[in-house]
Ligand binder design. Structure first.
Ligand SMILES: Nc1ncnc2c1ncn2[C@@H]1O[C@H](COP(=O)(O)OP(=O)(O)OP(=O)(O)O)[C@@H](O)[C@H]1O
Length: 389
């Protein structure tokens, strides 16, 4: 049932893509296929329920029959008053019915027991990364210096593949570090270590010189702003969507407008009939990609993070949108440490450090000019587009 639910929710979330690919039938088939096993097991369960129900009814009627038979015998043979017989029969029948009803809950009891076991296991689970608001180091004057020191990492769900293999790279406060490399080389994983969605198996990530393992997680994340390739907007107004950037305080309308101006969004918003109160629709469906991206940038600006993560923020846009979003990003990047995961090399040429990754390690790093002069993997990538091996 759970798998069928996954298929249906995935299909509904991506309904346009599926309709565009004319792939509706295969999803319907897969949904029906996933429904088949729960249907079969529900049929089996129905038999058990039927038996239990039959047994429950049987107990009631049998106890009725036996009581009346024995009561009749006692009245005729032993001269018992019929009132006594009826009283006893009522007591026997009521308790028999209760027993029967209780037995019909037997299958539910087994289910409830295993559900409770799962539930308590979840409650008792201690996550490796402590999300407590009080434990771990917090400090004033967070600067945003980041160092990956010999980081090795393997995803727990895929223990046979080492994704990061001695990753060494660092970025000073206010600088921009761009990760470049072929798909699957570990760029996003490195960023996830910084955000502490995972911790490295070996080595460490130093933030302002402190090992990330010791840093308070909510504090760290409050210092990080993210603009990803597919910005997530909520089904509310533009102002509220920008406001969500910082829920630790109440963000004033002036700040929202200021952030929207920096994100090159203000003029567009003012051209709308309801201006900042315009509803963006579910997942921002009433805005174009570029507009959504600029709302996400304004949200990141309102947060005022010391570290800004840009995960391929312009790679899904056409050239015209890319230009304006890039201008907004340049504005948002000012005065912050930025980590950019880029596919379009043109957008990262001004980065202070370009780290070229291959198989979970940095194989070259430096500025665009330095790497071009070295004529290594980056040079090849820029001049011929050849993938980094
Ligand atoms: N949650 C996960 N569980 C298991 N393996 C994962 C998980 N996320 C990523 N991987 C694997 O880790 C490797 C590195 O993935 P990562 O997303 O860091 O690559 P990337 O360089 O960012 O790629 P891309 O440019 O395509 O986004 C890939 O082989 C990927 O399949």
């Amino acid at each position: 049932m759970e798998e069928a639910g996954q298929v249906s929710s995935e299909a509904l979330a991506n309904i346009r893509t599926i309709a565009g690919l004319a792939n509706e039938n295969s999803f319907v088939e897969s949904y029906e296929e996933k429904l088949e096993p729960p249907y079969k097991s529900a049929k089996k369960r129905a038999n058990v329920y039927g038996l239990c129900f039959g047994f429950a009814q049987c107990v009631i009627f049998m106890s009725n029959a036996a009581s009346f038979r024995y009561g009749g015998y006692l009245v005729s043979a032993e001269g018992l008053h019929y009132m006594m017989v009826f009283r006893v029969i009522s007591a026997v029948v009521v308790s028999g019915a209760a027993l029967g009803r209780a037995s019909s809950f037997t299958p539910d009891y087994a289910k409830a027991k295993s559900a409770a076991a799962h539930f308590f296991k979840l409650l008792d689970r201690v996550p490796k990364i402590n999300m407590s608001h009080t434990e771990g180091e917090k400090w004033e004057n967070f600067r945003g210096e980041i160092k990956f020191v010999d980081c090795k990492f393997t995803y727990p769900t895929r223990p046979d593949v080492q994704v990061l293999n001695n990753l060494v790279v660092s970025v000073k406060p206010g600088q921009t570090l761009a990760f470049v490399g072929s798909s699957g080389c570990g760029k996003s994983t490195s960023v996830q270590l910084l955000e502490r969605f995972y911790d490295p198996d070996e080595g460490q990530v130093l933030i302002d010189g402190r090992p990330s393992l010791r840093v308070n997680v909510p504090f760290l994340r409050s210092q990080i702003g993210i603009v990803s390739q597919e910005p997530v907007l909520f089904g509310c107004s533009i102002a509220e969507n920008i406001q969500y950037g910082d829920n630790t305080r109440s963000v004033s309308m002036e700040e929202i407008v200021e952030a929207a101006k920096k994100a090159y969004l203000h003029d567009f918003v003012m051209s709308l009939p309801n201006k900042y109160e315009t509803q963006v629709g579910v997942h921002g469906s009433q805005l174009s990609r570029g507009q959504k991206q600029r709302v996400a940038i304004a949200r990141a600006i309102v947060r005022n993070p010391k570290i800004l993560l840009l995960d391929e923020a312009t790679s899904a846009l056409d050239t015209e949108s890319e230009k304006i979003v890039q201008c907004a990003l340049n504005e948002a990047m000012k005065g912050r440490t930025c980590i950019v995961i880029a596919h379009r090399l043109s957008t990262i040429q001004k980065a202070d450090i370009i780290a070229v990754m291959s198989n979970g390690a940095v194989i070259e790093q430096g500025t665009h000019d330095k790497l071009m002069a070295e004529k290594g993997a980056y040079y090849k990538l820029v001049t011929t587009g050849a993938p980094i091996s």
